[in-house]
Design a binder for this molecule. Structure first.
Ligand SMILES: *Cc1c(COP(=O)(O)O)cnc(C)c1O
Length: 424
């Protein structure tokens, strides 16, 4: 397909029907695919020919959505996964095994932190966590002989820290390893990590990409830019005996990473997306560009309103001129960041709870980044086991409210917040 603007690719990339074929991407709800000869099937198994044979390894509906997301990120290939968690796991495990080490920003989603800090640590992988606003010297000092990759989030859920992608990717490349970035919050509409030297992107497609809160899913995208033949990654330059001696970097060139993630790890772990979920995700992707524009406009209007309200003690949104990460946001996401903001209410925990109880339009849910405005009080939900002192240390004060501003009419969202604040 010709290269169109991203908002056009949202609608058209990945699936172009032939003469007389379904205009809308069909759901191929089949585990398996028929071939005329056993020989063809054998070649597919040996990765000598392209084709679908079992949905754990590939399926036409998944394939179309993978191509669309790869086009949106500007990558050479993508792999859909059953969740964002599976995408994070596979993205690292594809190049890092027991005895390996990962340099990781501490400004990451809590679920990713648990996966790395507990489960992958128990698998024998070491992580060094350092603040996203560390100095270049601190970053350099975190690398070791056995470091295999660097991991960060472009815009962190929930702290809204913006990572200096060029600084992190530059350090990774000086040490001969790739940079992996979770680009869930800004989406490929607002942030293009590959343009700043990032090698691999991951997503929780559960959030804005879906946008309607109907499926849990994830995705890994390969830029095709990293040189796996630099001597540090024998898994790409030495034969894989479990595939009759295939050498990924030789056979698959600049798609080696994403092919291996599928044929090795998806084969073994089975965390694939379902065709129906991929279809639902695709519907969300079709409107992603227009939704992101509205999310960002609404979130900025809400942040500006709250900033001027004397019942509010602080507001965190990178789009605000006074925000600590405003300059980085201007550089890495100049058209807007996302629809999530956080703020503190004077009167602490009780005031925050009273405010939320009085909201009528905005709902209280453990979710972010869909088209309905929703709020969460971390201190009484996701972080409720922590004391007030521990909460402050974690950067989640008892007064903090996280609001995921939806795409309703902003006047209605503002009126709802105004009436709830009046009752605090
Ligand atoms: C939600 C989220 C994840 C985890 O994704 P799931 O789809 O819930 O498994 C990973 N990273 C970020 C930034 C997220 O917001």
């Amino acid at each position: 397909m010709a290269h169109y603007h991203r908002d056009t690719e949202c609608i058209h990339a990945g699936y172009q029907p032939g003469n007389g074929e379904s205009r809308v991407l069909p759901i191929t709800q089949s585990t398996t695919f028929r071939y005329d000869s056993a020989e063809t099937l054998g070649k597919l198994f040996d990765l000598e020919e392209d084709g679908f044979f079992y949905t754990r390894l590939g399926n036409p509906t998944l394939d179309a959505v993978e191509k669309k997301i790869a086009a949106l990120e500007g990558g050479v290939g993508a792999l859909l996964t059953s969740s964002g968690q599976a995408a994070s796991l596979i993205s690292v495990l594809n190049i890092c095994h027991a005895g390996g080490h990962v340099v990781c920003s501490s400004a990451i989603y809590g679920g990713t932190f648990n996966l790395f800090y507990k489960t992958m640590h128990e698998m024998g992988i070491d992580f060094t966590f350092l603040p996203a606003d560390c100095t270049e010297a601190e970053l350099e000092a975190a690398f070791r002989e056995n470091t295999r990759c660097v991991f960060a989030e472009s815009l962190c859920n929930p702290s809204l820290v913006v990572t200096d992608l060029e600084m992190f990717a530059g350090a990774a490349h000086r040490h001969g390893v790739p940079m992996i970035v979770d680009n869930t919050f800004p989406t490929p509409i607002n942030c293009h990590p590959f343009e700043f030297g990032v090698d691999i992107v991951t997503h929780s497609t559960t959030k804005y990409m879906d946008g309607h809160a109907v499926q849990v899913g994830g995705c890994i995208v390969d830029s095709g830019n990293f040189n796996w033949k630099n001597g540090k990654f024998p898994e790409f330059t030495e034969p894989d005996e479990s595939y009759h001696g295939v050498v990924y970097a030789e056979r698959f060139g600049n798609m080696a990473y994403i092919v291996k993630a599928r044929t090795h790890l998806m084969r073994d772990l089975g965390a694939q997306a379902s065709p129906t979920n991929a279809f639902l995700l695709n519907l969300g992707l079709e409107t992603l560009a227009v939704r992101m524009e509205r999310h960002c406009a609404n979130a900025l209007a809400m942040a500006r309103y709250l900033e001027k309200n004397d019942k509010i003690s602080w507001v965190n949104y990178p789009g605000l001129e006074g925000n600590r990460y405003h300059a980085l946001a201007e550089k890495y996401m100049p058209n807007g960041s996302c629809g999530v903001i956080s703020f503190g209410i004077k009167g602490g925990r009780e005031a925050a709870q009273r405010f939320m109880d009085h909201l009528k339009l905005a709902s209280v849910v453990i979710h972010v980044a869909d088209l309905r405005t929703c709020v969460l009080h971390p201190a009484s939900t996701t972080h409720r086991q922590l004391s007030d002192a521990q909460l402050e240390e974690a950067g989640v004060g008892p007064d903090m409210i996280r609001m995921s501003v939806g795409i309703e009419n902003i006047a209605d969202i503002l009126a709802d917040v105004e009436q709830a604040l009046a009752q605090v």
